[in-house]
Write a protein that binds this ligand. Structure first.
Ligand SMILES: [Zn+2]
Length: 231
């Protein structure tokens, strides 16, 4: 895979799409491997880079009134043509990239045409995934905070033998963190609003699935075996 520095935007292989693209806030694209298995989620820019370099194609799913879905695969050029129709008839169904020359719909799903190893089966134990699992909510006072105002709390403190694990680490606001100090919730007379567990799949994916724009991801994610890593 090639590397792109900040000063050298990737060159489009086909039509000259105006990359770097303007950011489409919050839009994500599900990436499938050749065998239609979900492997990760990428941002819009990364998705278009892969499309332009013909490393990936768009998998578009249309669902009719009877709930039957039809899959169609498009390369970058044909997706541009489809986009022109979508812009006219279902502009609300997509996020849009506006370039000087044209607008193009942000695909929901792309499929890699190149070889990719099978997805990892474990959700990575890291700060981002813990925050996502807890929806950025302090697990003691239940209030939502920006990431900068949250910290990670060992439910059973390290000093008392508490481990760093999915089951013993939660999001905690700074105020509650100070209040709790080096004590267990019982000792501090504080209560966890949810029991911390290891997520079955990437919490970031769960957040997206709650958004109806990402319904088409579902069929690729129903099998809990395919947990996805955000890159
Ligand atoms: Zn709190």
């Amino acid at each position: 895979m090639s590397h792109h520095g900040h000063h050298h935007p990737p060159r489009a292989a086909s039509a000259a799409v105006a990359i770097p693209l303007p950011p489409v806030l919050g839009a994500n694209v599900l990436v499938l491997n050749k065998f239609y298995q979900a492997i990760r989620v990428v941002n819009v820019r990364r998705a278009f880079t892969m499309l332009c370099k013909e490393m990936a194609e768009v998998v578009h799913i249309d669902t009719d009134e009877k709930g039957h879905s039809r899959w169609q695969n498009f390369n970058f050029e044909s997706w541009q043509e489809v986009s022109a129709l979508k812009a006219e008839f279902e502009p609300d169904g997509f996020d849009w990239i506006h370039t000087v020359r044209f607008q193009i719909a942000v695909p929901k799903i792309i499929r890699l045409l190149v070889y990719e190893k099978l997805p990892r089966q474990d959700v990575k134990f890291n700060r981002r995934n813990i925050y996502a699992r807890d929806s950025n909510k302090c697990q003691y006072c239940g209030r939502k905070f920006p990431t900068t105002e949250l910290s990670l709390d060992h439910v059973k403190p390290k000093s008392q033998g508490g481990r760093s694990s999915w089951e013993n680490i939660v999001c905690c606001c700074l105020k509650c963190n100070v209040k709790k100090g080096g004590r267990t919730p019982e000792q501090a007379h504080m209560h966890l609003i949810t029991k911390p567990v290891k997520p079955k799949r990437s919490p970031v994916i769960n957040i997206r699935l709650a958004d109806e724009r990402y319904q088409s991801w579902k069929q690729f994610l129903d099998n809990a075996y395919w947990t996805v890593e955000l890159k």
